[in-house]
Ligand binder design. Structure first.
Ligand code: ADP
Ligand code: MG
Length: 336
């Protein structure tokens, strides 16, 4: 039996069928992400695991025990939210110690655990500060410390980085990953950001309308989408209908299904490309936009717009309006 098991979970809010027969298994020590657009049921599933929502069908097991009807406070589950919800009138150390004090833990033990947690989240020297004097990133570190100090069976993180600016987010991503691994914690992490899911996760569960659309390690979810929804959400795939595929490549797809092609799998050149085992076509560059270290070109091929990524070194290689030659291997054309 897996460490956490969701069996056939159904959840309604009124007539809104929010979770539709969710089955999911999580192994001990795994860092598992629930990824998906807003409103697809990610937070609801986390809240069901924490016991903050009841379920209308199915069962939840944790560490071999059916916890479906167990009181939230007896589940020993830690939670970190987007909004840090620290106690404003308590110092960093007092915030972190709060749960242990409630449990009437020995004072010396509390001091040691709080000091350890503060070291782990890299807030040494901030013990006596109040939350209002800390940055958002630092406050989230306190919230994280406050959870891990309780040694929860599972740590739930609901979009903990969404309110934090991009630069700090990277360092907090690294900290969260490192701390959970160091402590051997089982973590369930919610995000709507595919890049964040790729960086953080052992396993990604892609949600779509209250169901799990695809589940797997980041590389498999990225390289082998199972549906047009998955291909559209992760990897920025071009999605070509059967008709568009023929317009672009001149070849006919028998399957009657869409073809997904990742932007970076094309070769693009000013000269005709000679490699016989790939599809070849030509098009006109319509525009380009920088995306970090790649430039994304929009190329019009017989009326079909394709996105093609090329490494962005120092200049735009393919000017708007220029004719380009493109190829792509069949193995990179995924029939959905
Ligand atoms: P996500 O976290 O993926 O953005 P949620 O789990 O928060 O999605 O919400 C899933 C659906 O359930 C949405 O349609 C949302 O409006 C609805 N919902 C969430 N919480 C409640 C609630 N307490 N009462 C009624 N509807 C809710
Ligand atoms: Mg949510």
């Amino acid at each position: 039996m897996a460490y956490i098991e969701f069996k056939n979970i159904d959840k309604f809010f009124g007539r809104n069928h929010v979770l539709r027969g969710i089955n999911m298994e999580i192994e001990k020590g795994q860092f598992v992400t629930l990824l998906g657009p807003s409103g697809c049921g990610k937070s609801t599933l986390l809240r069901c695991l924490a016991g903050l929502e009841t379920i209308d069908g199915g069962a939840i097991f944790l560490d071999g025990e059916d916890i479906t009807r167990k009181d939230p406070k007896d589940r020993n589950i830690g939670m970190v939210f987007q909004h840090y919800s620290l106690f404003p009138n308590m110092t960093v150390a007092e915030n972190i110690a709060f749960g242990l004090k409630l449990k009437k833990t020995d004072r010396a033990v509390i001091e040691k655990k709080v000091a350890d947690a503060i070291r782990m989240v890299e807030l040494e020297g901030k013990e006596d500060q109040y939350p209002s004097n800390l940055s958002g990133g630092q406050q989230q570190r306190v919230a994280l410390a406050r959870s891990i100090v309780m040694e929860p069976k599972v740590l739930l993180l609901d979009e903990p980085l969404s309110a934090i600016d991009a630069k700090l987010r990277k360092s907090l991503q690294a900290s969260i990953k490192q701390i959970t691994k160091e402590l051997g914690l089982t973590a369930v992490f919610v995000t709507h950001d595919q890049d964040e899911a790729m960086v953080m996760s052992d396993v990604i569960n892609l949600f779509h309308d209250g169901k799990i659309e695809q589940s797997g390690d980041p590389v498999s979810v990225y390289t082998r989408p199972v549906s047009s929804f998955a291909a559209g959400f992760i990897g920025n795939y071009n999605l070509l209908s059967v008709k568009d595929f023929t317009l672009v490549t001149g070849k006919v797809r028998q399957s009657g299904k869409e073809t997904a092609i990742r932007p970076e799998t094309f070769t693009i050149s000013h000269q005709p490309i000679k490699n016989d085992d790939e599809y070849h076509f030509e098009g006109i560059v319509e525009s380009n936009s920088p995306r970090g270290n790649v430039l994304r070109y929009t190329v019009n091929v017989n009326g079909v717009r394709i996105h093609i990524d090329a490494l962005f070194r120092s200049r735009v290689l393919f000017e708007d309006g220029s004719r380009v030659y493109v190829s792509v291997a069949e193995k990179n054309c995924i029939v959905l």
